[in-house]
Design a protein around this ligand. Structure first.
Ligand SMILES: *Cc1c(COP(=O)(O)O)cnc(C)c1O
Length: 366
């Protein structure tokens, strides 16, 4: 049996005819940027999330950058984010001229640990970027209360958390703004790069829309950037969006099965779900003993896994000169132990059985 990390060819198989129809129609009508597909997607996605505004853009990294600009981030500011994420989360803070300040992660949820947050706040701190990593919401109760006490904004990075909730509230609608990536491998993916920002604030939405399109076509009220969603990508996303909820349930079902089967292995820690959160399981990430050996054993048995991400942000070469006085004990203990197993909506129970069986075998033989 062969178990890929994700199977996008299989995922897209039911939509091939729809995609071809959209492509053919786009060639005829030649609206390649903006247009009907884009406005329809923005309306449906805002509706699906339960947010007042959705502003589409070119990718999830731009969505974060545009949001930071909308929040007025500028040189001298400090922005607190998690030590463990994809680099987009912190590189946009530097790109906006500010300093990313990293917060260690929670030992069980792997997301920004609110108990380490307060000590990082300085007079320069302007906001917090929680990342709902692997599809699970951060503990937003504590983050909200710290933010409101210190008058900080919250920008949620939801690139991995489509439809995940905290206390029944959809991630991205809890803070001031939320950003999404529709990179092909995300829980909702385009057939290329795509992203979006959601917010309930009229003024933030207005700024984002201007900034993402050169400060407004022909009006140029401000300077901005070119970060727009292609019409054809919006068309593809419109085809896929109605299935997002079904796909999320499939991911949750697979995760539950994994957890049931793996919980008896002493050397494996299965992902813990916070009592107030509904996990979207972008990744199913375990902590395990002799990780690299397990990974190559699985690879030899045709099972693809991934280390997401090999190093936490403060340990990357680009941050070598920054934050080095902080130890990040949890994030650093995580480096050699975490492993993301295959998970995708079309994954069969037999594939889950096979992966878990091979993990059993590995630990039996060491
Ligand atoms: C994927 C991802 C991004 C960036 O999205 P792109 O669309 O690839 O630019 C940002 N943050 C996190 C946590 C991600 O996983």
């Amino acid at each position: 049996m062969n178990v890929p990390l994700n199977d996008l060819a299989l995922h897209h198989e039911p939509f091939v005819i729809d995609f071809q129809r959209i492509f053919a129609a786009s060639l005829l009508d030649s609206t390649f940027i903006g247009g009907q597909h884009v406005s329809a997607f923005e309306a449906s996605f805002a509706d699906c999330i339960g947010s007042k505004h959705c502003i589409s853009c070119a990718n999830g990294t731009d969505a974060l950058f545009i949001s930071l600009k909308a929040l007025g981030v500028s040189p001298g500011d400090e922005v607190i984010t998690t030590a463990h994420s994809w680099i987009s989360t912190s590189e946009v803070v530097s790109l906006a001229g500010a300093k990313p300040v990293f917060c260690d992660i929670h030992p069980e949820y792997y997301t920004l640990d609110p108990s380490s947050l307060s000590s990082l706040i300085t007079p320069q701190t302007v906001g917090i970027v929680p990342v709902h990593l692997y599809g699970q919401s951060c503990n937003m109760d504590e983050i909200l209360s710290i933010a409101s006490h210190h008058k900080l904004w919250i920008l949620e990075d939801c690139a991995q958390s489509h439809l995940a909730t905290f206390r029944n509230q959809t991630t991205s609608t809890i803070g001031d703004l939320g950003t999404f990536s529709f990179f092909p491998g995300k829980n909702l993916g385009a057939l290329g790069d795509a992203g979006a920002i959601v917010t309930n604030s009229d003024s933030l939405a207005q700024f984002c829309r201007l900034f993402a399109n050169h400060g407004g076509k022909n009006s140029h009220l401000i300077e901005g950037i070119n970060s727009r969603l292609d019409s054809i990508q919006a068309g593809f996303l419109n085809v896929k969006l109605p299935y997002l909820s079904e796909w999320t349930s499939a991911r949750q079902r697979i995760a539950l099965l994994y957890t049931k089967l793996l919980s008896s292995i002493y050397h494996v820690t299965t992902p813990k779900i916070h009592p107030h959160s509904e996990h979207a399981f972008h990744q199913y990430t375990i902590l395990c003993f002799r990780r690299d050996e397990l990974q190559s054993y699985l690879y030899d048995h045709s099972i693809q896994t991934r280390v997401t991400y090999p190093l936490s942000l403060p340990f990357l070469p680009c941050y070598a000169k920054q934050n080095c006085h902080l130890p990040f004990p949890v994030a650093s203990s995580f480096h050699s132990r975490h492993l993301s197993l295959p998970i995708f909506p079309e994954m069969t129970d037999n594939q889950v059985y096979y992966v878990t069986e091979m993990i059993f075998d590995f630990y039996q033989n060491i």
